[in-house]
Design a protein around this ligand. Structure first.
Ligand code: ARG
Length: 271
């Protein structure tokens, strides 16, 4: 009897634990939980916001890092010709003053998987073209092209043809690359990472972002979140079928459920 009583107690205790576990799991998917980095430990695979894996500049030679004059990484970019890098217009502006960065405050680093190393090639910027209609990233046209002083030896990535909407079908796979944060409140990554994210339907994008413009933007990510670009990835590539289809532009937080990442839709722009 005493034994049976004991095992019934154990069962009860286990059940209580299971319920507590379910409550914890629910709590950690609520939006408020995302503001608390303490809950999202690195030991929980689902809570890694970028949710991706290591990549390198051998497989992605066209993925470049942008640094300021002191060598601090702040954005990504894509080599589309030997002397041309596509990035976001907001990356070509000083975040403090809002003024356009001078070419001397922009450097392109190619072929350097680990930004702590000195491998690869650095290129100076000769001139910066910013989309003339750009105001801020929420209104679109978040696109800039850096003309380099010297061509880079790394293999460039072709850009989607203007008007080719086939890569943007909802659910179509795409891969985003960058040295940005691996969690919403964590530090940026020293090494290149990438994650696959499906193109999201326009409705899910519009419900997350009131200014969403489907002709010049698209969204990518899973409804449940967990895989996304993050701060520091801006300006970098999202790739499908060996072509550059978009530029990392913005998002609310990183990898949150219901708020996919927003990208500049490159099919909308002439070469
Ligand atoms: N604007 C950010 C940057 O400066 C990139 C945001 C991308 N965020 C996202 N959740 N997809 O790096």
């Amino acid at each position: 009897m005493g034994r049976e009583q004991g095992s019934a107690d154990k069962t009860r205790a286990l059940r209580a634990l299971a319920i507590a576990g379910a409550v914890t799991a629910l709590a950690s998917t609520s939006p408020a939980a995302h503001a608390q980095p303490a809950i999202t430990g690195d030991d929980q695979p689902q809570s890694r916001i970028l949710g991706g894996s290591g990549a390198d500049t051998q497989e992605a030679p066209w993925a470049v890092a942008l640094t300021d004059r002191y060598g601090n990484h702040f954005c990504g970019g894509t080599l589309i010709r030997a002397g041309e890098v596509v990035t976001a217009a907001h990356c070509a502006h000083d975040p403090l003053t809002g003024a356009e960065r001078s070419p001397s405050d922009l450097k392109v680093v190619a072929g350097r998987t680990d930004l702590r190393s000195s491998e690869g090639t650095e290129a100076e910027v000769d001139s910066v073209w910013v989309h003339p209609q750009y105001e801020d990233f929420t209104t679109g046209d978040d696109l800039a092209v850096l003309k380099l002083s010297t061509p880079l030896p790394q293999r460039p990535l072709p850009v989607v043809e203007p008007g080719d909407e086939s890569p943007y079908r909802p659910g179509a796979p795409a891969r985003v690359y960058g040295w940005g944060r691996t969690s919403e409140d964590g530090p940026a990554s020293d090494t290149l990472r990438s994650v696959e994210v499906p193109v999201a339907p326009d409705e899910s994008c519009r419900s997350a972002y009131p200014n969403y413009d489907p002709s010049s933007m698209f969204c990518a990510g899973y409804p449940e979140g967990g895989r996304d670009a993050c701060a520091g990835d801006s300006g970098g590539p999202i790739v499908a079928d060996g072509r550059l289809i978009g530029v990392v532009s913005y998002g609310t937080g990183c990898g949150r459920p219901g708020t996919p990442g927003v990208y500049t839709r490159l099919s909308h722009y002439a070469p």
